[in-house]
Design a protein around this ligand. Structure first.
Ligand code: GLV
Ligand code: GLV
Length: 322
């Protein structure tokens, strides 16, 4: 019997590639940069499954180009705002993602960013390399305290919980704003306004939706404490970049760190790159060796289940089974 055809939009960690090869006839986009839209539209006709990255827009046009035999779109990410879920559901196409697997790596990274901005680690390291280290001094490079400080988590799902767990080890007070969330680790539910007004650190852990687009805008920055530090490891579009620029430039807040930006990659002429109280990383929160391997295995399990018409281990649109 002929193996089903699948299109893979990037080379994944080897264990994942091997699994696909065992069961499918695969076509893989070989470059490090994403395939163009034209490339995707040319490659998908006739495939039973697509394995995509968060950089690849998979919308109704791509699904139509693929044809009615397309059964599954497996995203190599927990976020899936790059996929038109409504269009997939209407066509009975299962959409898979990789929740759970990258929770700890992402929380580790968000926490590392909090420590880095709060304790001014990049600035301090630059001081040494630029020859400005002259002495030890009582007031040199003073940063934030963590014990007793308040961490506000906007979004309290798996990654939010993992942040609260880490924060409890630092003896922080934790607030969260998330209507449907399960309480955990002594974190207290709070209205968003209260969280913005009371937090020393604010970390974003919501998915990007119409409701969270530019959730952090000028009115949110106006409510924050002057020592507040904002961390975004979720999606760039949750923060209004112009409002962030003003808040940091005018020292309305102390600092920020972004692992995600709007757009990605951030253009080199972005005014955000002028700011000395902002750290920007290239969307690497889940980038640890084991996490990326496990994400590949999970994404391939979703892909293989989907092409066999079996329920996906992690499905975004279970309505298709109703
Ligand atoms: C990364 O941003 C992901 O959604 O997995
Ligand atoms: C992240 O890992 C999530 O499961 O939401």
């Amino acid at each position: 019997m002929q193996k089903p055809r699948v299109y893979i939009t990037r080379v994944l960690p080897a264990k994942g590639m091997q699994l696909i090869q065992d069961h499918c006839q695969m076509e893989v986009w070989p470059d490090e940069l994403p395939p163009s839209r034209e490339e995707i539209l040319t490659r998908v006709p006739g495939v039973a499954g697509i394995l995509s990255l968060l950089t690849d827009k998979i919308d109704a046009e791509v699904m139509k180009a693929a044809g009615s035999q397309l059964r599954v779109i497996s995203n190599y990410a927990v976020g899936y705002n790059n996929i038109d879920i409504k269009a997939a559901t209407e066509r009975g196409i299962a959409v898979g993602n990789t929740p759970g697997i990258l929770t700890d790596a992402t929380a580790d990274f968000a926490f590392a960013l909090m420590l880095t901005v709060g304790r001014r680690i990049l600035e301090a390291a630059r001081t040494v390399r630029s020859g400005q280290w002259q002495t030890w001094g009582p007031s040199i490079l003073l940063g934030s305290d963590f014990v007793g400080a308040t961490l506000g988590l906007i979004g309290f799902g798996r990654i939010g919980h993992a942040m609260a767990k880490r924060a409890s080890g630092f003896d922080m007070r934790v607030l969260y704003s998330d209507a449907g969330a399960e309480p955990a680790y002594d974190a207290k539910a709070a209205h968003l306004d209260t969280l913005l007004r009371e937090s020393d650190f604010i970390s974003l852990h919501v998915p990007l939706t119409a409701d969270t687009h530019h959730l952090i805008s000028t009115s949110a920055f106006e409510k924050m404490k002057s020592n507040a530090i904002l961390i975004n490891t979720a999606r760039g579009e949750i923060v209004d970049p112009a409002a962030l620029y003003d808040a940091l430039k005018n020292r309305r807040i102390f600092g920020a760190a972004l692992d995600v930006t709007e757009p990605e990659p951030l253009p080199m002429d972005s005014p955000l790159l002028e700011l000395d109280n902002l750290i920007i990383c290239p969307h690497i929160a889940s980038a640890s060796v084991i996490t990326r391997e496990n994400m590949a295995i999970k994404a391939v399990q979703n892909l293989l289940a989907g092409i066999r018409g079996e329920p996906l281990p992690n499905i975004v649109n279970p309505q298709i089974y109703e």
